[in-house]
Structure formats: C-alpha cells, structure tokens
Design a protein around this ligand. Structure first.
Ligand SMILES: [Zn+2]
Ligand SMILES: [Zn+2]
Ligand SMILES: [Zn+2]
Length: 317
C-alpha cells in the first residue's frame, strides 16, 4: 500500500485490488469515499486486440498494471461511473460484486462508456426466481438501479430496455443537464458539467461528485475544459481529480487531453483554489498508441505529482 499524505484529508492509494469484503468494511466503519478503477484504457484497449506494436506487445509481455480494460470507476460499492462492455469481467478480476449498485452515471454514449451488457445481466436474478426448478442457493432481490445520463445515452438505454420487455430490470432513467446538481442519495450529490468532447453531437459530461463531505472531479473523455466549465468548477475545492490523458506523450486534441495538458489543468486548478494541496490527481483513459506502458512511466509521473491509474487501483478520500 502506498499513501499520499495530506494533512487535512488523508488519502490512501492501493495498488492491488481489494476484495469486496474489505471494501464493505471500509464503507460501513468510516464514511470514506473510495474510487476503484475497474478499467483505465481508452477505446483502443491496452493492448489493442488487433495490434502487435511495441507498446501492445510490451503490455502482453509484462501483464499486470500494463493491461487496461475500458475506463470506468466504482465509487464505494454502489455507484458506477460509466458502463463499458467489459465492466463485468473488470469487476470479476478485481473480486468485486456489483450487487450493491444503486446508481450509474454515464459521461456520454460512446460504446467504450455505455453498453447494455451490464443491464441485461440483471436478468440472471429474475430468471433464477421464475424457473420452475427452485434455485439451489439464496438469490437476492434486485434493487432499483438509477441511470443518470444525457438524452443521447438515455435513448440508447430506452431502446435496449424495450428489447427486453418481458423482464423488469428495475431501471430508472434520469436526464442530466449541465450545471444542475442532482441528489443521488442522502449522502451524495452530483453536478454535471459540459465535457470538451462529442462537440456539436451530444452533451458529453464530466462530473463533480460529493459524498460524505468529500468532493471528486471525474473528467474523462474530455479536452481541456472550457472557461464556462472552469468558472462553474471554481465553486468547488476538490479532494481528488480523475482526468483524461488519452493522448499521453503525443499531441492533444480539442476532445482529449495528453499528459502535458492534464498537468496544466492540475496547475490551473491548484492556482485557482479548485484543487486542495496534495489532492490525488489521477490520469486515466490511456491508449497504447500514444502512451508508453504503465511500468515504463508511472514512477516518473508520480515524481511530477500525478498518479497514472491502472486497473484495480483504488484511492480512498
Ligand atoms: Zn472513451
Ligand atoms: Zn498497438
Ligand atoms: Zn468518447
């Protein structure tokens, strides 16, 4: 375990996945906000399946932290940010059950961030209850899952649900609008803000998430935020930030950052009081074709004050 020390808000970073039991104990005993990185790769995946370039091959050889699933993050054990097609196997690899999931926050509709696979897997419980032969184990009831997303993403979800009419998957849909706060539960509020992504196509979102008095910025699949977003963010003092660094050591675009731009965002947030001193600043959504493997650059980035996320990493705020 590696610790980032912060005088007013201690934060722990676990570089190995914990199992759910440890996570539940942490949640029940102390009201901490945990962020578990189930996936940290871009839409390319790391390694890209149809590629044997130097970085993809190195990741296959080294394995471990070099292997990245599609990006998504689990908050405590009940709130998931983004729902990629491989989230089930990502959770399985981390030893995490998604049974306590109550809310899903979706950044945008790109297929590496939103897939029906997880929703449709909720049929398993219903199927087990309704078969004539009794299950040989105790099956828990499905609790409601609230999905918070923009209109484009909700349209996709509605379409999938319509195809599964005979099952009641207990899904509730809530449309997010930029610059409006939504209360998710008594301890949790989210503010959606515009991402610099899918410009002119859909309202892609980044999130300021509050829970147990802690505040997290989740800004994945975005270029450097525009001035309107930065001005809204100025009302917050984040305890941690999770930020897009898709283009790694190559040139950024309007719709994705690289490491240098992410570092500039950190500096701006620190200098304008949006980020607490010593707050973890985590880079994620990493592509093999613009970023060397984790083992080659993670230590150097840590010396610059940022963490390069890897699958299974957890931060505790
Ligand atoms: Zn993406
Ligand atoms: Zn490659
Ligand atoms: Zn995207």
């Amino acid at each position: 375990m590696h610790c980032w020390l912060k005088p007013t808000a201690p934060c722990a970073v676990f570089t190995k996945p914990l199992n759910l039991k440890a996570q539940q104990v942490m949640r029940m005993n102390s009201h901490t906000l945990t962020v578990t990185f189930l996936g940290t790769g871009s839409a390319d995946l790391y390694p890209a399946p149809f590629c044997n370039c130097e970085n993809c091959d190195a990741a296959r050889t080294y394995g471990g932290s070099d292997l990245r699933s599609f990006s998504c993050a689990l908050i405590c054990d009940d709130l998931l940010i983004d729902c990629p097609p491989d989230v089930i196997s990502s959770a399985m690899r981390c030893g995490i059950s998604l049974m306590n999931l109550k809310a899903l926050l979706i950044t945008h509709s790109h297929p590496d961030h939103l897939s029906p696979t997880l929703l449709l897997s909720r049929r398993a419980n219903i199927w087990a209850m309704h078969r004539p032969h009794k299950p040989t184990t105790q099956i828990p009831q499905l609790s409601e899952l609230a999905i918070y997303a923009n209109e484009c993403s909700l349209m996709l979800v509605r379409q999938w649900l319509a195809e599964q009419q005979k099952y009641d998957l207990k899904v509730r849909l809530i449309k997010l609008k930029p610059f409006e706060p939504y209360q998710i539960d008594e301890a949790t509020t989210v503010h959606a803000m515009p991402a610099a992504h899918c410009i002119g196509v859909e309202d892609a979102l980044i999130f300021a998430l509050f829970r147990f008095g802690r505040c997290l910025l989740y800004a994945v699949d975005t270029g450097f935020p525009n001035e309107e977003t930065l001005s809204y963010m100025r009302q917050f003092q984040f305890d941690a930030a999770v930020v897009d660094a898709t283009y790694g050591v190559s040139a950024p675009t309007r719709e994705h950052m690289n490491i240098q731009v992410a570092l500039a965002l950190r500096q701006r947030m620190l200098s304008e009081g949006m980020l607490k001193e010593g707050a973890p600043f985590v880079l994620t959504h990493i592509s093999p074709h613009w970023t060397p493997p984790h083992h080659a650059i993670a230590n150097e980035l840590e010396r610059k004050g940022v963490l390069l996320a890897h699958d299974g990493m957890r931060i505790t705020l």
